[in-house]
Design a protein around this ligand. Structure first.
Ligand SMILES: [Zn+2]
Length: 137
């Protein structure tokens, strides 16, 4: 496709997922000490020449996990002061041959912290056909 910035017909590179992803966190069950975490991971295709974003694909992630501190369940106050982050994000692309669809996939780990102590983590990931990319400009 033609890049709107440099006006050239260019090839596209797949950029990594957003580096800074907001992970929302909610108490799922006080009794079971579980929380729900959710985030949106955006993967972009950029102009190979100038780096302008040309297409984007968004993955919605939602997981429930148990959190524990030194083997015990967390109190309500503790559950309310948790924060979470998405780490080790990796995107990959497979296929692309004559008979294989291009598949974009990503994986990462959502880690849940109470202050600086990790109280739980869950592996997340998803994949989609490259045709699901939408033009973003
Ligand atoms: Zn360009």
């Amino acid at each position: 496709m033609r890049c709107p910035d440099c006006q050239k017909f260019v090839s596209m590179d797949t950029a990594g997922a957003d580096e800074c992803v907001d992970v929302s966190i909610e108490i799922d069950s006080l009794e079971n000490s579980t929380v729900s975490v959710a985030c949106e991971v955006r993967v972009t295709r950029v102009c190979a020449d100038c780096g302008t974003e040309l297409k984007e694909l968004t993955f919605d992630i939602e997981e429930t996990l148990e959190v524990t501190l030194a083997g015990r369940k967390l109190t309500e106050d503790e559950l309310n002061s948790l924060h979470a982050s998405l780490d080790d994000v990796d995107t990959s692309e497979s296929g692309g041959g004559r008979y294989a669809k291009n598949i974009i996939s990503f994986d990462g780990t959502i880690e849940v912290y109470l202050d600086k102590v990790m109280v739980g983590s869950v592996k997340v990931g998803d994949s989609a056909a490259a045709s699901a990319f939408e033009e973003c400009c």
